[in-house]
Design a protein around this ligand. Structure first.
Ligand code: GRF
Length: 223
């Protein structure tokens, strides 16, 4: 018998090549990491993330916007689909759409997103390009808890990447992604194993509670 805490169920949403997803899957092979990837949801067919999930034997679902009459119905379908996997945590790993209110209502406070810039600088879909155009000398990546805004949620973790004189969007993004894979993996693992609290805008690891607003345990009475 071991005293290992139970693994947290994580659903990953992705739209792209899936290199972040792959890193998390690799880390989760070690039971001590504390994460079980129970499902991968994409908004497109044929993306790398789907192939990576299938190869790893992880259940997948595709929820295409074009299959729904409205964005609101798609938002509902995404939330419903994610809920079928009964996740403790939801990770957006290169999911290129905003999550709607139905997902925030069900999973709010336990949805993580990774962004390829040092928030609050350069939010939105073009974080790498905007940092270059803005003349930044240092950029990086940020893991946030998702709220209703565009990359506005509380910051959980950040890492920096130097911008080189001859960088293009693609060379810079490639270096950011290398750092980002490690950051996302470490952050997800810590959240799963240690829990976290949010005080104002400050996120701290280290409570047994998984949900951010669960109050700390009452102090033991001294006799
Ligand atoms: C990451 O840089 C993420 O921050 C951005 O898209 C990239 C995901 O890459 N939104 P991949 O699909 O995991 O390779």
């Amino acid at each position: 018998m071991t005293n290992a805490p139970r693994s947290r169920r994580v659903v990953v949403l992705a739209s792209g090549t899936g290199s972040t997803l792959r890193a998390v899957i690799e880390a989760a092979r070690d039971e001590a990491f504390g994460v079980r990837i129970v499902g991968v949801v994409t908004d497109k067919d044929g993306v790398g993330a789907l192939a990576i999930a299938r190869e790893a034997g992880i259940p997948t679902a595709v929820v295409r916007l074009a299959d729904f009459e409205s964005r609101a119905l798609w938002d509902e379908a995404v939330a419903r689909t994610v809920a079928t996997f009964d996740p403790d945590l939801v990770l957006l790993a290169g999911f290129m759409r905003l999550l709607g209110e139905p997902s925030l209502a069900r999973f709010g406070g336990r949805i993580l997103n990774t962004h390829p810039a040092l928030l609050p600088a350069y939010p939105g879909a073009r974080g790498v390009r905007d940092a270059l155009a803005g003349g930044a000398k240092v950029t990086g990546c940020t893991v946030i808890l998702v709220d209703a805004g565009v990359d506005t949620g509380p910051i959980v973790a950040q890492a920096t990447v130097e911008v080189l004189d001859d960088d293009t969007e693609s060379t810079l993004h490639a270096r950011i992604k290398e750092v980002e894979r490690g950051l996302v993996t470490r952050t997800l693992g810590r959240m799963a194993r240690e829990g976290w609290t949010v005080t104002g805008r400050t996120v701290r690891f280290g409570t047994a509670a998984l949900t951010p607003d669960t109050p700390p345990p009452a102090p033991q009475e001294q006799s």
